[in-house]
Design a protein around this ligand. Structure first.
Ligand code: FAD
Length: 544
């Protein structure tokens, strides 16, 4: 994960598979290809996970609402993937019970909800002990007292998993790297390169140094999410099947302002469904789903989006009375869906689709974070067909092996180990005056690499232990996770921009100075980076 070494490698080597896009789809493809023994490269135009893969609802879920659209295949595929992703990254993909209130005059009654949840469990192959249960009104209120008792009839309680989308992507990139893939962020694909009548690489721009170079590759896979059609436009392969982008927004408030005891998935009068999810000492909720045709590189929460979500929360939890002033942070992302004529934003299928162009370019879009592994398998299986006769040589049978690959260097085996390890971390932290919430944060972010961070804390002790911790995290991320600026660190690596914006405000100066020392920035670059963070903070806190 050394960026400058990787760039040199990209320039000097020739690859079997080259992936454009470092979101969860591209990262999953890089891991799949590298673990089959193929020489693999990945380029990302900004930071890893800076596109949709850091702006989702952060659930590894089967998509209960797709049952309503009879997307049986999709629910079954992603539903079953949940358990695999959980097994391979138990520190990062954590079981979460979801409460689905059933209200008078709501979309579904008790009977229909019970049937729907039973089918959902069946399709996803959920273990007996984790299957849904139906709660009467009184019991449902003990799970979530904030619900409106005058309209509540009961609730369904079912199993999902929560995660951190950006951390999942980073772990995939790191794991792919351990399998030999060469990955670089801030490297934009700007053109294709051809030889002997076939595509044999891409031209890239290094966004940090400013120069361009060629990366040679036998097969190129376009996994650029919302930008998939832009890339297809470059080689003239954009056909009638095109993307349909829809925007989704989430807001974050202090947990005390929306003190839900657990995750709730509720319907709102316009027929949509919204999640409210507690995380640390915050609660986040979303999402919206509206057609989008603006700037893909600057997707923001509008005042209208925020009003819609706040109104939905206040209707469902009447004692809460959230207002605009309560919003601490937000994020907005684009769903790269495949256009379906006559269908509205919420009705369009979330299924993935693969396109193969005449010159061999493979493009993949649609799908879910949860289904990244199967999407990657499909893309690499296709790439293998194109690689026949090119001399590309992977492992013996080149079968997909990602089902068994753990997404951590020293993985924790299962939930029990995660709990035990978290307790050990909490015990160590208590000696420094920090509690369980810090332990949970560190373990879900870094897994057992938390040890490395804890060992560095004494190097930064100056009487403020929270500051020492964040500085140790910075050092770990700079050494191991290819950060190049403050936003990479505060947004994609630590999630602090969304879930602990106070710490960003409080420690930004000290982190800026540390990163500047590590990167050997000139005063001019330092000023630019400070400005970059300022603009980012503004974009997630100010709505127009
Ligand atoms: P992206 O993450 O956008 O990655 C594409 C990458 O390509 C970007 O990082 C971009 O910078 C890069 N790129 C573009 N052009 C170039 C170029 N020329 N050169 C190099 N790189 C380039 N799914 C779930 O399973 N669970 C959920 O809870 C969930 N919630 C969601 C909520 C919302 C609001 C949204 C919008 C989506 C949600 N999804 C969820 C879907 C999921 O987030 C997406 O399917 C997934 O993140 C898409 O990943 P991707 O890698 O295809 O795209």
């Amino acid at each position: 994960m050394n960026r400058s070494k990787n760039i040199t490698h990209l320039q000097n080597e020739s690859f079997d598979v080259l992936v454009i896009g470092g979101g969860v789809t591209g990262a999953g493809i890089a891991l799949d290809a590298a673990s089959r023994g193929l020489k693999t490269a990945l380029v990302e135009k900004e930071d890893f996970a800076s596109g949709t893969s850091s702006r989702s609802t952060k659930l590894v879920h089967g998509g209960l609402r797709y049952l309503k659209q009879f997307e049986i295949g999709l629910v079954m595929e992603v539903g079953r993937e949940r358990a695999i992703v959980h097994r391979n990254a138990p520190h990062l993909v954590i079981p979460e019970k979801m409460l689905m209130p059933i209200i008078k005059d709501g979309t579904y009654g008790m009977l229909a909800s019970n049937m729907g949840l039973a089918i959902y469990d069946l399709l996803a192959g959920v273990r007996k002990q984790d299957r849904r249960s139906m709660l009467k009104q009184k019991k449902a209120l003990t799970y979530e007292p904030l619900l409106n008792s005058s309209t509540l009839k009961g609730a369904g309680l079912y199993s999902e998993y929560r995660t951190d989308d950006a951390r999942l992507t980073i772990e995939l990139i790191k794991t792919a790297t351990r399998y030999g893939a060469t990955c670089a962020n801030y490297c934009t694909m700007i053109d294709f390169v051809y030889g002997q009548n076939r595509m044999n690489g891409i031209k890239c721009k290094d966004e940090i140094r400013g120069d361009s170079f060629i990366v040679k590759a036998k097969t190129v896979i376009n996994a650029s999410g919302p930008w998939v059609d832009d890339i297809r436009r470059i080689n003239g392969s954009l056909t009638r099947k095109q993307l349909h982008l829809t925007k989704g927004v989430h807001l974050v408030v202090d947990h005390q302002k929306l003190p839900v005891r657990q995750s709730v998935y509720f319907d709102v009068p316009d027929g949509r469904m919204i999640f409210a999810i507690p995380r640390g000492n915050k609660t986040y909720f979303g999402t919206t789903d509206t057609d989008y045709s603006g700037d893909k590189n600057d997707v923001r929460t509008s005042k209208l989006d925020a009003e819609y979500l706040i109104h939905s929360i206040n209707q469902t939890f009447p004692s809460v009375n959230l207002s605009f002033e309560d919003i601490e942070s937000s994020w907005a992302g684009l769903r790269p869906l495949i256009h379906q004529e006559g269908r509205s934003a919420s009705e369009i299928s979330r299924k993935d689709e693969v396109f193969v162009a005449a010159d061999g370019l493979i493009s993949i879009a649609g799908g879910k974070l949860t289904g990244y592994r199967v999407m990657a398998k499909k893309a690499v299986d296709l790439a293998l067909k194109g690689l026949r006769g090119t001399g590309a040589q992977g492992h013996k049978d080149m079968k997909c092996v990602t089902r068994e690959i753990r997404l951590s260097e020293n993985p924790l085996k299962n939930e029990e180990e995660v709990l035990r390890y978290t307790q050990q971390v909490a015990d160590r932290l208590s000696k420094l005056g920090m509690g369980m919430s810090h332990a949970e944060y560190l373990v879900s972010n870094y897994g057992t690499a938390t040890d490395e961070i804890l060992e560095m804390i004494p190097n930064y002790e100056d009487g403020d232990v929270s500051k020492a911790l964040i500085r140790a995290e910075l050092k770990y991320c700079a050494d191991n996770e290819m950060i190049t600026n403050l936003v990479d660190f505060f947004d994609r690596r630590t999630g602090r921009l969304s879930f602990d914006i106070e710490s960003v405000m409080k420690y930004q100066k000290s982190i800026l100075q540390d990163l500047s020392n590590l990167m050997k920035w000139t005063p001019a670059i330092l000023a630019l980076e400070q400005d970059r963070l300022k603009k980012k903070i503004q974009s997630v806190t100010v709505f127009s």
